[in-house]
Design a binder for this molecule. Structure first.
Ligand SMILES: *[C@@H]1O[C@H](CO)[C@@H](O)[C@H](O)[C@H]1NC(C)=O
Ligand SMILES: *[C@@H]1O[C@H](CO)[C@@H](O)[C@H](O)[C@H]1NC(C)=O
Ligand SMILES: *[C@@H]1O[C@H](CO)[C@@H](O)[C@H](O)[C@H]1NC(C)=O
Ligand SMILES: *[C@@H]1O[C@H](CO)[C@@H](O)[C@H](O)[C@H]1NC(C)=O
Ligand SMILES: *[C@@H]1O[C@H](CO)[C@@H](O)[C@H](O)[C@H]1NC(C)=O
Ligand SMILES: *[C@@H]1O[C@H](CO)[C@@H](O)[C@H](O)[C@H]1NC(C)=O
Ligand SMILES: *[C@@H]1O[C@H](CO)[C@@H](O)[C@H](O)[C@H]1NC(C)=O
Ligand SMILES: *[C@@H]1O[C@H](CO)[C@@H](O)[C@H](O)[C@H]1NC(C)=O
Length: 554
């Protein structure tokens, strides 16, 4: 009976007294005692906390460890190495952090989470009776606990007000330069904790997983642990979450040894860190995907709007009855391009019936003059366009060729051959500083007469121009007079009586009987021609009289 008890006791003492030496590359086969949120995942990760707020998690090496020489009460030297990762809920704010802890008990009874990292509580924080030594990886700045920032490492003795602390980082061996590290970056990092019982000094070193242990430690605290720690202690980790923010706190591997160098962890054997759970993917789903969709919708929308706008901008009105006029219909877009978008620079002139622009057709390079006439009523449009098209078939060397037309919603565009020398009235009113001599004037008059004769007598229908005047006579490159602007012209069959219409034309050129009867006839054209004749004959020569365009009336 006593004998067996003695064996059990000696076994217990041996297991405790023997130099503890363990290595965990992943915790699948480890005997840990867990509490709070802590769990070992199926692939061997020690997950100290999930996203539960205000909570803590503990994981302790199950067996007690003898840390002091019971003969003379001196703490042994020890070394430990662990790999951790902190995956915060939000990139810049997460839980409170992780602590490596040497504790007299497995439970850390009475300890709370939040800023106490699961190590202490409000009333026992800082008390010598705690017999706790910890290394904190602190990711929240608690000024009341003496924190230096929200990303530091500290050595804590019996309380969270660190004996020594430093911003997370490491000294690069070759140059001794300090490199910052972000604890909450989710990167794997290694921590070495070394205590020398002879020197009575504790060193803590931090480095990214791919960097060998830096020679210069991050923290070096001269401290005799002998009066602090109990003979037998429990070794483990603690982590806690905040009131509003949390992190997944992970330990991936851990080695420890008393009176010797803890084994190096085999990085390749460490369990894989999960992505930051559904949050990571949901971030794509909640932010990325809607953003992409929105971008797509906006892009498509603006594309459609642009297309519609463009379509509307260049929309012509084409009706079935117009289809036969195909060759004489111009596309608005072509005219738009030809005239540089109807720029003022291309403006040849503007009058009561519209503005005239110069242009060059895109493919044929034909020089044109485009007259834009606004039309509100659709009434008579069919007839009007039919007449325009008929006039387009007129061919005479003293007529300005009407090339075609284009119809838009509230606009009609008439396309003429371009006359490089412009309209006659400019010469008569001395705008180009050239005046025409008698021979030239006579040639112009003969030409206009010849053109008018063709319109009235020689073509298959009678064409009444209705607006013969100097500004509607254009000069070609050889200064031949050509009748242009057929915007008011009317066609009749030979031998029929002209219909009464609105009186149109230009004051000064209107025949008296035209205003009386409302009928435009060949004779009214000839009356206007007479006025034109006088104008050509007299103007510029009679400059001193200062005759205006309405000189006939005066
Ligand atoms: C520590 O334990 C590991 C096995 O876990 C063993 O390989 C190693 O040799 C031990 N180290 C010492 C110094 O006993
Ligand atoms: C784990 O440790 C506890 C406490 O030391 C012990 O009771 C238990 O038997 C151990 N389990 C294994 C599988 O080693
Ligand atoms: C403890 O200390 C005593 C006296 O200094 C020494 O003889 C003994 O070997 C030590 N025990 C251990 C386990 O180091
Ligand atoms: C205790 O024993 C160790 C040897 O195990 C020795 O190094 C140390 O100096 C001793 N401490 C005291 C206070 O005698
Ligand atoms: C704090 O923890 C101690 C044990 O370490 C416990 O006795 C005490 O009741 C706790 N205090 C509070 C306020 O929880
Ligand atoms: C490193 O961190 C400290 C404290 O946060 C900061 O003052 C310093 O500018 C950082 N250095 C670099 C190189 O980022
Ligand atoms: C701690 O680091 C210092 C250098 O800062 C070194 O001299 C000392 O030996 C180290 N102690 C241990 C226990 O590694
Ligand atoms: C730790 O040591 C102190 C003093 O040496 C003692 O009061 C306390 O009960 C010990 N704690 C445990 C859990 O053994």
């Amino acid at each position: 009976m006593f004998h067996s008890l003695a064996i059990v006791l000696s076994l217990l003492v041996n297991s405790v007294a023997g130099d503890v030496n363990f290595t965990y590359n992943g915790f699948r086969s480890a005997n840990l005692s867990l509490d709070g949120l802590a769990e070992v995942t199926s692939n061997g990760l020690l997950k100290l906390t999930d996203d539960t707020l205000r909570e803590k998690g503990h994981a302790f090496y199950s067996s007690p460890v003898k840390l002091k020489n019971s003969t003379n009460g001196t703490a042994f030297s020890f070394t430990t190495t662990f790999v951790f990762a902190i995956l915060p809920q939000y990139p810049t704010s997460g839980g409170h952090g992780i602590a490596f802890v040497i504790s007299p008990s497995r439970g850390l009874s009475g300890a709370v989470g939040l800023r106490f990292l699961g190590l202490f509580n409000e009333s026992n924080n800082g008390k010598d009776t705690n017999h706790v030594v910890a290394v904190e990886l602190d990711t929240v700045n608690n000024v009341d606990l003496g924190d230096i920032d929200d990303n530091h490492i500290g050595i804590d003795v019996n309380g969270l007000n660190s004996e020594v602390s430093h911003g997370a980082g490491y000294y690069v061996d070759s140059i001794g330069q300090f490199r910052n590290l972000t604890l909450m970056s989710g990167r794997l990092m290694l921590v070495w904790v070394e205590y020398n019982g002879l020197e009575k000094r504790m060193n803590v070193t931090l480095a990214p997983i791919n960097v060998p242990k830096p020679k210069l430690p991050l923290l070096s605290l001269p401290k005799d642990l002998s009066p602090i720690v109990n003979d037998t202690v429990y070794l483990g980790f603690s982590a806690s979450n905040g009131v509003t923010t949390s992190s997944h706190h992970y330990i991936l591997g851990w080695s420890f040894m008393i009176n010797g160098q803890a084994e190096e962890l085999a990085i390749s054997q460490l369990p894989k860190l999960p992505r930051r759970g559904p949050k990571q993917t949901s971030k794509f789903l909640t932010i990325g995907l809607p953003l992409i969709s929105l971008t797509l919708i906006v892009a498509t929308g603006s594309g459609v709007v642009y297309f519609i706008k463009r379509k509307r901008k260049f929309a012509d009105v084409v009706e079935d009855w117009e289809l036969e006029y195909g060759p004489q219909r111009f596309k608005y877009k072509d005219l738009y391009v030809a005239t540089n978008g109807f720029k003022d620079k291309e403006l040849l002139g503007s009058g009561g019936f519209g503005r005239v622009y110069r242009g060059t057709l895109p493919i044929s390079k034909l020089e044109i003059a485009v007259k834009r006439v606004s039309h509100e009523s659709r009434q008579g449009m069919k007839e009007f366009v039919a007449e325009i098209v008929s006039i387009g078939r007129l061919r005479h060397r003293n007529l300005v060729q009407l090339l075609g037309y284009c119809r838009r919603k509230e606009e009609l565009l008439l396309v003429y051959a371009y006359m490089p020398n412009g309209s006659l009235d400019k010469y008569l009113h001395g705008q180009p500083k050239v005046t025409l001599n008698w021979t030239q004037r006579f040639k112009v008059i003969k030409g206009v007469a010849s053109g008018l004769l063709y319109l009235h007598e020689e073509w298959e229908q009678v064409v009444i121009h209705r607006d013969v005047k100097a500004s509607n006579v254009l000069l070609d490159s050889e200064l031949n007079g050509r009748i242009g602007d057929f915007g008011l012209a009317r066609l009749y069959d030979h031998g029929t009586d002209p219909q009464t219409t609105h009186v149109v034309g230009t004051v000064g050129y209107l025949a008296p009987e035209h205003t009386r009867t409302g009928k435009a006839t060949t004779s009214t054209d000839v009356f206007a021609f007479g006025a034109f004749l006088l104008e050509v004959a007299c103007l510029e020569l009679t400059q001193t009289l200062k005759l205006g365009p309405n000189w006939m009336e005066s």
